[in-house]
Design a protein around this ligand. Sequence first.
Ligand SMILES: C[S@@+](CC[C@H](N)C(=O)[O-])C[C@H]1O[C@@H](n2cnc3c(N)ncnc32)[C@H](O)[C@@H]1O
Length: 247
Amino acid sequence: MTSSASPTVPPSRKDIWKMFDRIAPRYDLLNRSLSFGRDIAWRKRMRRHLPTGRPLQVIDLATGTADQILFLLEGEAEISQARGYDLSEEMLEVGRGKLKERKLEHIQLLTGDAMDCPAPDQSADIVTISFGIRNVLDVPTALADMKRLLVPGGKLLILEASVPANPVVRAGYLLYFRHLLPLIGGWVSGDRAAYKYLNETVETFPCGDAFCSLMRDAGFTDVRAEPMTFGVATLYSGIRPEEPRES
Ligand SMILES: C[S@@+](CC[C@H](N)C(=O)[O-])C[C@H]1O[C@@H](n2cnc3c(N)ncnc32)[C@H](O)[C@@H]1O
């Protein structure tokens, strides 16, 4: 009999957070090494999209070990409040440890689903989600909830892995992604299925224009996709439009 807790069976997207519970202690190390440190540049690129000159309330969904929040806090923008939500308690615990080390315990990391976040409507100027959107069960539902969280005029920033469009780069990337990454990831984390799942979801997840269409369908405007590192990762941005005034 198989179970979703077995490290040899890839979990369904429904309880994917349980897989992150298992790999939480090695997640940061693997993230950094399997991306050859590039994720640092991608995360920093996201923070360049934060508006400056006014205090910002930020919500980071599928926050994991809080890496994205930490990079946002180190930027120039004034972040008056930041909250991270995730379903994996083990990932959140690692994140809480990192916040404690940096004396940032006022940043809250809370249990919450990216498809139904327990934060109030219009409680964020910025909503971010890094390497999380492709794990949610229903992307349109998650995008609708992100829009609900944002104030009118607020910004959604999504960082996600993508497949390079250039055929030569794509071939090399897929070779690494399909064969080497699950091997190294499985070896270090002890959970090969997790890293097999990760590459399968990247290959099947809509990226570039296809993902921008999903954001537009959810009601975001000024939607843009910025491919980074030959398209290995893409930063998407969109705005919750201002509501028309009642006449
Ligand atoms: C690849 S990790 C990304 C973590 C972090 N954002 C980062 O940039 O390193 C994906 C995270 O999504 C979380 N997750 C998966 N499904 C979720 C959901 N429906 N709601 C909230 N978090 C979810 C997992 O528990 C995991 O921590």
